[in-house]
Design a protein around this ligand. Structure first.
Ligand code: PCA
Length: 220
């Protein structure tokens, strides 16, 4: 019997906060249709809007029934490709989203757990990224804006509607060079490196079932 095909959903965000592009979508869309082993990648754009972002993710998951979901977002100022460890149940916007929404200290999902851990092999991903010559680290906070929001929505769905073998998580990525050029001193990563990093992340997530025990911690 032929092995069952696997669908991988990658999401990227639309630009926000005066930006005209978002590296997450620019990188993710390059991989739409990419086949790796028996898996095929499906790329989807999501709005940078509280509520609407999770709705778009839920529609994409209903439509595709993926086995692996990686949501990607821009983290301006970060120098590395950073798989996130934890999604927290709080929206606390420091700036308005793309519909002017600015929730402060409200839960993503009322009554749901305080937090969920990523179910991606984040340590193995960081190890493989570094081995491929790409700066990477585990991040222990996805912030409290729309990225943490969609990450929490994803993990809440996986926890409350378990599908055998379904795993997911979130990765923050640096600015593209053309964005960083407007903020002297800000770090950036080329589109080519971002796309290569996404390939490594997807391949590792598909291959590694149990994460490795290797430090990814920080003092603060
Ligand atoms: N980054 C923002 C939201 C969309 C994006 O790409 C964040 O880190 O919350």
């Amino acid at each position: 019997m032929a092995a069952k095909p696997i669908k991988v959903l990658l999401t990227g965000f639309e630009p926000f906060e005066q930006e005209t592009l978002n590296p997450s979508w620019d990188a993710v869309r390059e991989l739409d249709g990419w086949k790796v082993g028996r898996a095929t990648v499906h790329a989807r754009l999501v709005p940078c809007v509280f509520g609407d972002a999770i709705d778009a993710l839920m529609r994409a998951m209903d439509e595709l029934q993926p086995q692996l979901v990686l949501c990607i977002g821009q983290a301006g100022g970060r120098a590395e490709f950073t798989p996130e460890r934890i999604a927290i149940n709080i929206d606390d916007a420091r700036t308005a989203d793309n519909k002017g929404r600015e929730p402060i200290d409200v839960p993503v999902v009322p009554g749901a757990p305080a937090a969920y851990f990523s179910t991606l092999p984040i340590k193995a991903m960081v190890r493989e990224l570094r081995a491929a010559g790409i700066p990477a680290s585990v991040s222990n906070s996805a912030g409290t804006f729309v990225c943490n929001h969609i990450f929490y929505g994803l993990m809440h769905r996986i926890a409350t509607h378990p599908v055998p073998g379904l795993r997911g998580g979130f990765i923050h990525i640096p600015y593209l060079p053309q964005q960083a050029a407007r903020f002297p001193g800000a770090p950036s990563m080329s589109l080519e490196t971002l796309v290569k990093a996404l390939r490594v992340a997807v391949t590792t997530a598909l291959a590694v079932e149990h994460d490795i025990a290797e430090t990814g911690g920080r003092l603060h």
